[in-house]
Design a protein around this ligand. Structure first.
Ligand SMILES: [Zn+2]
Length: 97
């Protein structure tokens, strides 16, 4: 016969078990990423080679001044006429009464 949640809670309490609390300490480490390296450090663990590599690469990249950002879209400049046409189109289409 399966236990109800309440019974299970009681059982856990009776046995003196601690439920895992939600928190970053319980999450699996994302090895091989900078985040993983942070997790190792947060837990005062020695970094595994993959995380160490990722961290090294991360800092090297930052130092090189090449942050990983997406290419900014080229700005689109409208001529006065195009701008007016766009405004007019928005007015005509947007306000249907
Ligand atoms: Zn790791």
């Amino acid at each position: 016969m399966p236990l109800t949640d309440a019974e299970l809670d009681q059982l856990i309490e009776d046995l003196g078990l601690k439920r895992p609390r939600g928190g970053s300490a319980r999450k699996p480490i994302a090895h091989g990423t900078f985040r993983g390296a942070r997790q190792h450090r947060y837990r005062k663990e020695q970094l595994c080679q993959r995380c160490l590599d990722a961290e090294t690469a991360y800092y090297r990249e930052r130092r090189a001044g090449k942050p990983r950002t997406r290419k900014p879209k080229p700005k689109q400049y409208l001529t006065e006429e195009e701008w007016q046409a766009r405004v007019a189109a928005r007015r005509n289409g947007g306000e249907s009464q």
